[in-house]
Ligand binder design. Structure first.
Ligand code: PEP
Ligand code: MG
Length: 596
């Protein structure tokens, strides 16, 4: 029997590593929706939820349509035709009018109303007994599934049914989807949408899952390979994910497999060599000591942080608390989770960031006002949401204070732009401390330091003022780059414009570092550049002594630090920051990197 043909697809490698296994295309959520009645007063909110989900689906379809430009002509045409048909079904169509009527008249949830309307429309097409129209029935169901997926962020774990060692493929994975992947069972993943700086990518790196995003035509190629394997009486499609180079290989030939296995063995040897540095200090050749810390996205990563020699948790993102749940966890539940992390870090400091939900991050549990914002990244996000919903904020602060009874904690506030926001959080903190005291609940012996993320350009430029109300700064270069350059960090179409080395970003960084140093505040960098060895010399040169990164990056950064001379870095960094030209900056950085 002829061997199935090897096929290589290109995308963006967002999490390093090579994984081999059966490629399993998954449909994140079917058309199931329970029959849920709603009160008359809730109809408007349900309709708004439906409209928001439709809006997001339209955006997703348009993104997929734009992606098709990278495909060969015939495939592009075919996919374009289907996506156009789907878009049409969502623009002021009978389908949506029908679903809205079911919400208002039959008082049903948006999910159920939509699922019922879709089924009715699909059956209508099927009843016409015409093969062309029967195909439309499948289109209607597909569109319905897309909208339902948007409505049901909290669907049951779709990865449980995948075979052990599978590589997961989908049109797109949200951060909440990745949080549900068990790295002991899923070896890696690939998707058509997404870029290297988004939270889906960050989570993949945190979990050590090789991942490739922005793979045009992935689902169609996977379906075709699966159909061919099926016709030949074979099983699932064998595949490779190369998270270094951003490649997916379907049906790899034996020689290709061997090549990849050799590469993987090489990386493994290198990793073991780096791990030997674990208990050595991150110290430059001229004796400047750095603190290398871990960014955690999930509590379970605390153990990995220790294995890699993290000196502290420099950023614990708490968004996971609000993912894949219907309701936010209460104070007890949050306390238990945070306490576990603090205990696991065995006396090392844990910087806990209050929720940064909104923007591209999911917020199913937090209510409808977050859905459907015209510009979510500029809207009710992060600290703005926390201050608007003080109960949520106070619950988080109480849980942090209580976890602080078990070890040192710091409180970090995301998306701060004005000193007033910090002051208001401090007032809430005082109130919560008093309440815990009155009730005799154990909490941190002293009020924990309160720091701010410098991640909006306005915060960087107002860093002097923020320094007066803050105990420390954490520079979030992921968002700082996105907001300064007006480039969506998760959109691979504009990924070429996303550049933390842009002179504007560098100046904002330098400005905030200087403000912190003048005010004698600790300052760290916790954006993705902290874990990228290309930036280490520059950051040291700019005066940063604390870097927080994906735990897996720590050994490599430590090795880099130990080759550098801080005084020489400072001299060269000056020239980099003084330059006005991104090209010149890149070449100065190459010089700087040639130093060590
Ligand atoms: C950042 O913006 O750089 C950051 C560290 O925060 P997040 O990636 O969670 O937005
Ligand atoms: Mg950020």
């Amino acid at each position: 029997m002829a061997e199935p043909e090897e096929q290589v697809l290109d995308g963006v490698g967002v999490a390093p590593g090579i994984a081999e296994g059966p490629l399993t295309a998954i449909d994140l959520g079917g058309l199931q929706a329970p029959d849920r009645r709603i009160a008359a007063g809730d109809a408007a909110a349900e309709t708004a939820r439906l409209d928001a989900a439709v809006e997001r689906t339209i955006r997703q379809l348009k993104a997929l349509r734009a992606r098709r430009a990278r495909l060969p002509d015939a495939a592009a045409e075919e996919i374009g035709y289907i996506l156009d048909a789907h878009l049409q079904m969502l623009s002021g169509s009978r389908l949506l009018r029908g679903a809205r009527a079911r919400i208002e008249d039959a008082r049903r949830s948006a999910d159920y109303a939509l699922a019922q309307e879709v089924e009715a429309a699909a059956r209508g097409f099927e009843a016409l007994n015409d093969p062309y129209l029967a195909a439309r029935a499948e289109d209607v169901r597909e569109v319905g599934r897309r909208v339902l997926r948007m409505l049901q962020d909290a669907a049951p774990n779709p990865f449980e049914s995948l075979p052990d060692g599978a590589l997961a493929a989908a049109e797109s994975f949200s951060p909440a989807d990745v949080a549900q992947m068990n790295p002991a069972r899923i070896r890696g993943f690939a998707a058509e949408l997404g870029g290297a700086q988004g939270h889906t990518a960050i989570l993949a790196r945190s979990l050590g899952l090789p991942a490739v995003l922005g793979v045009a035509g992935l689902m169609q190629a996977a379906a075709a390979a699966e159909a061919a394997a099926h016709a030949a009486g074979g099983g699932p499609v064998p595949a490779l994910i190369d998270g270094f180079e951003g490649k997916i290989v379907l049906n790899p030939r034996e020689a290709t497999r061997r090549r990849y296995r050799d590469r993987r063995a090489g990386h493994e040897r290198e990793r073991r060599k780096l791990e030997r540095l674990r208990d050595r200090p991150a110290e430059t050749r001229d004796g400047v000591r750095l603190a290398l810390e871990a960014n955690l996205d999930l509590p379970a990563e605390a153990a990995t942080a220790l294995t890699h020699g993290a000196e502290a948790v420099g950023l614990l993102r708490t968004e996971f608390l609000f993912m894949n749940v219907d309701r936010p966890p209460d104070e007890e539940a949050q306390t238990a989770i945070l306490t576990e992390v603090v205990r696991a870090m065995q006396g090392r400091s844990v910087t806990i960031r209050t929720m940064d939900v909104g923007g591209e991050k999911l917020a199913h549990a937090l209510g409808p006002e977050l859905a459907g914002a015209a510009n979510p990244a500029l809207g009710l996000r992060a600290i703005r949401l926390s201050l608007k919903r003080p109960k949520l904020l106070q619950t988080q602060l109480a849980a942090i204070l209580r976890a602080g009874a078990e070890g040192p904690v710091r409180i970090l506030l995301p998306m701060i732009t004005t000193p007033g926001e910090v002051r208001r959080v401090r007032e809430h903190l005082t109130r919560v401390r008093r309440r815990l005291q009155r009730k005799g609940v154990r909490q941190a012996p002293e009020p924990p330091p309160v720091g701010v993320m410098i991640e909006a350009p306005g915060a960087a430029l107002a860093a002097d003022a923020l320094a007066q109300v803050s105990d420390f700064f954490a520079i979030g270069t992921n968002d700082l780059t996105m907001y300064t350059l007006a480039v969506d960090r998760a959109d691979d179409q504009v990924a070429h414009l996303y550049n933390p080395l842009h002179p504007a970003v560098l100046r904002l960084m330098e400005f905030s570092i200087q403000a912190a140093l003048r005010a004698r505040l600790p300052v760290s960098v916790c954006g993705e550049i902290a874990g990228d060895p290309r930036f280490t010399a520059l950051l040291i040169g700019l005066g940063v002594r604390e870097l927080s990164m994906s735990a897996g990056a720590i050994p490599q950064i430590k090795q880099r630090v130990r080759t550098l001379d801080a005084a020489a870095c400072a001299q060269r960094a000056r020239a980099v920051v003084d330059s006005l030209d991104a090209g010149r900056i890149a070449s100065l950085l190459d010089d700087l990197n040639g130093l060590g």
